[in-house]
Design a protein around this ligand. Structure first.
Ligand SMILES: O=C(O)CCC(=O)C(=O)O
Ligand SMILES: [Fe+2]
Length: 234
């Protein structure tokens, strides 16, 4: 909800904005990098679309969300900084409805194009539309960041991270907050999310209205009041 972030997000998405999901992304010494990936529906691991844009002219062609990735530690070439491929958000190389197996035993053990990478127990290559296609690593831009810096990118942008090849005293922590306009349906017709080896019951889930008003009532909103968070259905 930090206005330094939300004001910028609202300048892109319009005034009425939900934060629908947040995640910590740690990398410890020896950890693999994150696979190259793009996410439009976020059905990739859970197999159920997690966000659905209305079918209207002028919507982003592939859906997606704004991700704001904040460096909680310095993020370096050695400790697993993010990598982006500028301009790639207009074309999906992956089909998130394809099957992708959860195989945690493969963690930290797979080298792809010379780089140790994985997708938190999955192999994102399984979602490639063309199994023979390879990400063009020459387009990769490493995002070296100081702690406290944040980057804003569309989730359909090709993004990944480098493996942590640094010292055990140095770890990398990123915090991703994901935003959509209030007209997007979040976890549509979904009671729970099973992904990354865990399961989350959504019965008490609410998105956070970080800016503006919710004129649609599509989503349950978690609203702060004096007694903490309560849930309100509109
Ligand atoms: O921090 C990482 O390694 C991956 C982050 C990511 O994929 C995301 O924020 O969408
Ligand atoms: Fe991602």
């Amino acid at each position: 909800m930090n206005p330094r972030i939300v004001d910028r997000v609202a300048s892109i998405l319009g005034p009425d904005v939900l934060c629908w999901r947040t995640e910590f992304f740690p990398k410890y010494a020896g950890d693999e990098g994150t696979d190259w990936h793009q996410a439009a529906t976020f059905a990739n691991a859970s197999k159920r679309p997690q966000i659905a844009w209305p079918a209207e002219d002028g919507e982003p062609a592939f859906g997606g969300t704004i991700t704001v990735w904040t460096a909680f530690t310095d993020s370096t070439l050695e400790n697993g900084c993010l990598q982006l491929m500028p301009g790639t958000h207009h074309h999906m190389n992956y089909d998130e409805s394809k099957p992708m197996d959860y195989r945690p035993e493969t963690l930290n053990s797979t080298v792809k194009e010379g780089v140790k990478r994985g997708f938190f127990g999955y192999d994102y290559r399984q979602l490639q539309k063309d199994p023979d296609w390879k990400p063009d690593e020459s387009q990769a831009f490493p995002l070296v960041m100081k702690r406290g810096e944040a980057v804003i990118f569309w989730s359909t942008l090709m993004h990944a991270s480098l493996p942590h090849t640094g010292s055990v005293r140095d770890y990398r922590m990123g915090f991703a907050a994901r935003y959509v306009p209030t007209k997007v349906r979040v976890y549509p017709d979904t009671g729970g999310v099973a992904e990354y080896g865990g399961e989350i019951d959504l019965s008490k889930y609410g998105a956070v209205l970080v800016s503006g008003v919710d004129d649609y009532g599509f989503n349950r909103i978690a609203t702060e009041n004096q007694r903490g968070y309560s849930f309100r259905t509109r």
